[in-house]
Structures are given as structure tokens and as C-alpha cells.
Design a protein around this ligand. Structure first.
Ligand code: DHE
Length: 539
């Protein structure tokens, strides 16, 4: 059913148009042209994010033929279908995305030499750039009376769309096309503009002041991407609020600087370079998370495979200054500490969080937290015993680690140490959330192998962290994923990630359900981003 969706067909057509060549099968495995095309597409859709387009491995193991051929089709097929204890999800058992035949097709495909995808140069990017509403035709103030600062941008993953939901009335105000399997959303500092990025590297720009709310520009910066951010700095070195945007590409491995108001592509910078430790050349160092610094006109870009964190100064992009910080390999997702000075990013395959000081522009600390930390943007709160902490769940264990983030002048020996580990109802944790006005800590276990855990959320009372948490089972379908607060910090929104998706709204104080937002258009809702909280990095 998914495969028939227009959006999939469209993205598939685009990929083949972009000239993916058919690789030569090796002696043992043979695939017809059609089979190869299908496997190639499925690998991009489901596998490349973790294993890499060139299959050199990152969050997942390397899948080059020297490793896969000795394993053989039978074993590989079973791993693809059932998953592994190491955290690889099974795509057959439980979720019914692949049949055994699909798994076999991919098992054969990954024994063949990886195909090198084409490059995507400025000419290709410019050919995809469209402005639907020029700057001078846009309103100078909101032309509707909704409380737009309490809007939620919601990802509708498999529909390749986003929904704008009014946080006050819970109405679905707009559903707009975006890139294929859209991955993250961010707002400009003013909050007026919403930036989206699809897995196919299509970025869109939405104006929340218009009525109807609409997409005003789009551009495709590459073939594969996961992150987007805007310029947020206003200070002595200039006012860059809403002026620029940046996309972090997985393929070609690069970042692309865009005009923030039109998405006009301005500059491509390659991230191909040497690993920070062994100093080996890497052809596919992908850009993972990106945030905008609060201290300087800079973006913090985390390059996964080389373990390098780039502080990119966007004040003069013709003479681009980049501070390159050596940290740890396999950088993925992360967020700010309470002070917004330190950025904490997971080096997930190394079981660590890396801390960067964006004021001194140096590596501050590396903290071992547990098996495969996956903070999303993480969350900050005051532990009754240890003071301010940053918290992360883990993919590989049913635990949340609290890392002490006490200010620099506080000479406590706990700074940047794990001061507490909280048990949660499942491993496979992806996201965590609290709010300055809340005393609850919410944790999902989306990728747990246990179906009950996938459909539940663990809630701790921050004032009594030594007490047993509540485990709330929320649904009998799909999985529970990603939490977000409303502007007032008194409602917690959580997604039921299913073909017939829902958003459940909780009264945060009483932990009772306040509303279920249902709409046939809410297909596979995942991340939700409240305008006010996201633009000000409140988490
Ligand atoms: Fe994500 C954030 C990459 C799988 C939903 N995801 C991110 C970020 C990166 C990333 C680099 C940080 C962006 C930032 O902050 O700038 N994600 C990847 C992958 O490479 C991976 C492992 C495999 C893939 O092929 O994509 C992957 N991610 C998933 C999922 O399976 C999820 C649950 C659903 C989906 O879209 O496929 C998923 N990722 C999200 C969400 C965020 C995210 C909702 C933003 C969280 C936030 O609160 O900021």
C-alpha cells in the first residue's frame, strides 16, 4: 500500500532520473534489472541512513561484500526480516514492511558491490529551486487571527507532507507537501518561517503568517539529507535573524548554504576529509545534526563519520571561516544545555555524548552514558540532588542518563558526569522531553522489540526521581514516538506512528488525556515542533 503512494513513486522516478547506474552483479548473486532497481530504492529508503550509501557502516555495521558474502543470503535475509539484538530493527516480523521475498532481495543486493551515487552540483541544485511567493508579495504582519506561536508543525513521514496544527484549538489548519519521508523541521528565529527537510534532500519554506498558510519556496540540495537550520544570531557582528539557512546532506556529503527568505542556493561545502583519530580519508562523512549558535553568527554542524564538529561562521560566506573540533566518531543527534552555551551531541556507536563549548569554540568534555545514546534534542531540568542535568535515552538499553551540566564556576566534581541513571519501560528509546514549567519527564521506547513498550511511554516525577515512574500504555496500533510541549508548557503532545496516525494531547499536571487529534490526513505522524519552544530552543 505504501509503495503505491504517489510520493514514493515520484521520489523513485527522481532517483533513477538522477542517473543511478546499474552495478554489475557478482558471480554468486544475480538480480534482474527490475529487481536491482527495486532493491536499490529500498536500500536508500530503509537502510542507507544507518549503513551509509557506500555501505561503509556508521550507526549500522558495514555492509561491503567482503563482510556480507561470507554471511550468505540465508543469514542476511533472516537478519533483515527479524532484526538483531544489537538494535537493528526487523523489517518483516511485527512491522510487516517487508515480506521474506523482499528481505531476500535485499540480502542479495548487499552482497553486490555498492553503487556510487552521482554528485549533485550547483547547476543541479539551482534547477530545482522554485520561489512560489516572492518576498515583496508576502504580508508584513500575520493576516489570520490564530495564535501562530502555538502552532505545531507535524511530520507526516510516509505521506511526504507536514501538517500545521493550531495548538489552541487542536484544528489541522494546513497539510502541505514536503520532501520524501520528511525528517526534521526547524523555525527561523522570528518564528514566522518554517523550514522542512526531506530524506530526498528537498527543503521547503512555509510562511506561517499567510492565510492560507502555504509553501513559499523549495529547493533540492542533494540526494539524501536529514537536517536543516536557520541563522539566528543578532548581535555586535550583525543581524542575521531569518537571513540564511543551511541543509546538512548525507549525499553528496556536504552542507549547502541557502538564502533564508527564498532558499536560493548560495554555496556548497564538501565534508569529505579525514577521520579525526586515524586520519584516514573518508569519502562519505555525512552531516548529522545542526544547531544555530546563540553566541556567534555560527552553525554547529556535526559530521558523523569523521567525528569532526564544524563551527561554520556565516557572517561572510565568501570568506568562510570554519572552526574544526575533533571529538568522537559517529556523531548523530543532540541539543543545548540549559544555558544554551554547551551543545551535547551523541556519538552513538561509541556510547558517548560529546560536549562543545560554543563560546570558547572548543571541545569541553566527552561523557560515556550507556549503550547508544539517542537524545533527539535531549532535555534539561533540575535534579533535586545534583542540580541542572541534561538527559538522554538510549537505543541499546532501557535507561535514561542524567549528565550534570552545572555552570563553569561551580567547581563540583560532578560537572559533565552521569549522576543518575533512570530505568524506563523499554530499550529502543528515541526521544525525551520536559519543560521549564513541568515536573514531568517523558520518555518513549519506540524501537524496543517489546510491542507493549513500543506503545507505552515512561513518565517520571522530577521531584521524586527515586520513586517508580508511571508507564502509560497509549495505543493498540503502531508505535508511540516523540513528545513536544505547547507554548504554555502545560500540555504534552505525543504521536501514534501508524498509517492511521493520531496525536494524543495530555494535561501535563494530571497526566490525563485531554484530546486525541485524528484526521485521515494524519498519516504516520512522527516529530512535532511547537513554534515557540523550537525557535527558542526550550527543551
Ligand atoms: Fe532521525 C532527528 C538522522 C531514523 C525521526 N535524525 C534526526 C537527526 C539526524 C537524524 C541526523 C538530527 C537532526 C537535527 O537535529 O539537526 N534518523 C537519522 C538517521 O540517519 C536514521 C538513524 C536512519 C534514517 O535512514 O533516517 C534516522 N529518525 C529515524 C526514524 O526512524 C524516525 C523515528 C522516523 C523517520 O523519520 O524515519 C526519525 N529524527 C526523527 C525526528 C527527529 C530526528 C522526529 C527530530 C527530533 C527533534 O526533536 O529534533
Amino acid at each position: 500500500e505504501y509503495k503505491k503512494a504517489n510520493v514514493v513513486q515520484k521520489a523513485e522516478a527522481e532517483l533513477s532520473e538522477e542517473g543511478r547506474q546499474v552495478a554489475k552483479p557478482n558471480a554468486e548473486v544475480q538480480l534482474s534489472g527490475e529487481e536491482y532497481k527495486k532493491a536499490n530504492w529500498e536500500y536508500f529508503n530503509r537502510c542507507g541512513g544507518c549503513h551509509g550509501m557506500l555501505r561503509k557502516g556508521a550507526t549500522g555495521n558495514a555492509l561491503t561484500p567482503d563482510r556480507t558474502k561470507p554471511m550468505g543470503t540465508e543469514r542476511l535475509k533472516n537478519i533483515i526480516f527479524n532484526g538483531t539484538k544489537g538494535g537493528m530493527p526487523g523489517w518483516g516480523a511485527g512491522v510487516n514492511i517487508y515480506t521474506m521475498e523482499d528481505a531476500e532481495l535485499l540480502a542479495k543486493y548487499i552482497q553486490m558491490e555498492p553503487e556510487v551515487p552521482p554528485e549533485f552540483n550547483m547547476k543541479d541544485i539551482r534547477a530545482t529551486w522554485k520561489v512560489y511567493v516572492p518576498v515583496e508579495k508576502r504580508p508584513t504582519k500575520p493576516v489570520h487571527h490564530r495564535n501562530w506561536e502555538n502552532f505545531f508543525g507535524v511530520i507526516l513521514r510516509d505521506a511526504g507532507k507536514i501538517a500545521i496544527i493550531d495548538g489552541d484549538t487542536k484544528e489541522v489548519v494546513s497539510v502541505l507537501d514536503s520532501g520524501f519521508a520528511v525528517h526534521t523541521l526547524r523555525y527561523s528565529k522570528s518564528g514566522r518561517y518554517l523550514y522542512t527537510i526531506g530524506r530526498d534532500a528537498k527543503a521547503t519554506l512555509v510562511d506561517l503568517w499567510m492565510d492560507p498558510i502555504q509553501t513559499i519556496a523549495e529547493v533540492k540540495t542533494g540526494l539524501d539529507a536529514r537536517s536543516i537550520e536557520s541563522s539566528k544570531y543578532k548581535g555586535r557582528k550583525g543581524d542575521f535573524v531569518d537571513k540564511l539557512a543551511v541543509v546538512g546532506n548525507y549525499w553528496p556529503p556536504s552542507y549547502v548554504i541557502l538564502d533564508g527568505l527564498t532558499l536560493e542556493p548560495l554555496k556548497i561545502v564538501s565534508t569529505r576529509s579525514y577521520t579525526y583519530d586515524t586520519q584516514e580519508y573518508h569519502v562519505e562523512p555525512r552531516v548529522a545534526s545542526i544547531v544555530a549558535s546563540h553566541f556567534a553568527p555560527e552553525w554547529v554542524l556535526n559530521v558523523k563519520e569523521t567525528g569532526l564538529i564544524l563551527l561554520v561562521d556565516y557572517s561572510d560566506i565568501k570568506n568562510l571561516k570554519v572552526t574544526t573540533i575533533e571529538s568522537e566518531r559517529f556523531l548523530h543527534d543532540g541539543g543545548w544545555d540549559k544555558s544554551h552555551r554547551y551543545f551535547l551531541v551523541a556519538a552513538n556507536m561509541r556510547d558517548k555524548l560529546v560536549v562543545v563549548d560554543t563560546k570558547t569554540k572548543k571541545l569541553e568534555a566527552i561523557v560515556e552514558t550507556g549503550i547508544k545514546p539517542h537524545p533527539g534534542r535531549g532535555t534539561n531540568f533540575k535534579d533535586p540532588e545534583y542540580g541542572w542535568v541534561y538527559a538522554t535515552p538510549h537505543l541499546g538499553e532501557a535507561a535514561v542518563a542524567l549528565v550534570c551540566t552545572k555552570p563553569r564556576h561551580d567547581k563540583t566534581e560532578n560537572r559533565w558526569k552521569v549522576v543518575r541513571k533512570l530505568k524506563v519501560a523499554g530499550d529502543g528509546g528515541l526521544f525525551i522531553k520536559t519543560h521549564p514549567k513541568s515536573h514531568h519527564l517523558w520518555v518513549d521506547h519506540t524501537l524496543s522489540k517489546d510491542v507493549d513498550a513500543q506503545r507505552s511511554v515512561t513518565v517520571y516525577d522530577i521531584r521524586h526521581l527515586d520513586k517508580e515512574p508511571k508507564v502509560l500504555k497509549l495505543t493498540d496500533k503502531g508505535r508511540i514516538v516523540h513528545m513536544e510541549y505547547n507554548k504554555g508548557g502545560d500540555e504534552l503532545w505525543i504521536s501514534v506512528w501508524d498509517r492511521e496516525g493520531e496525536i494524543i494531547v495530555f494535561d501535563d499536571e494530571t497526566l490525563t488525556e485531554k484530546a486525541r487529534i485524528t484526521d485521515p490526513r494524519l498519516v504516520t505522524p512522527t516529530g512535532k515542533f511547537n513554534v515557540y519552544n523550537t525557535r527558542l530552543d526550550i527543551y
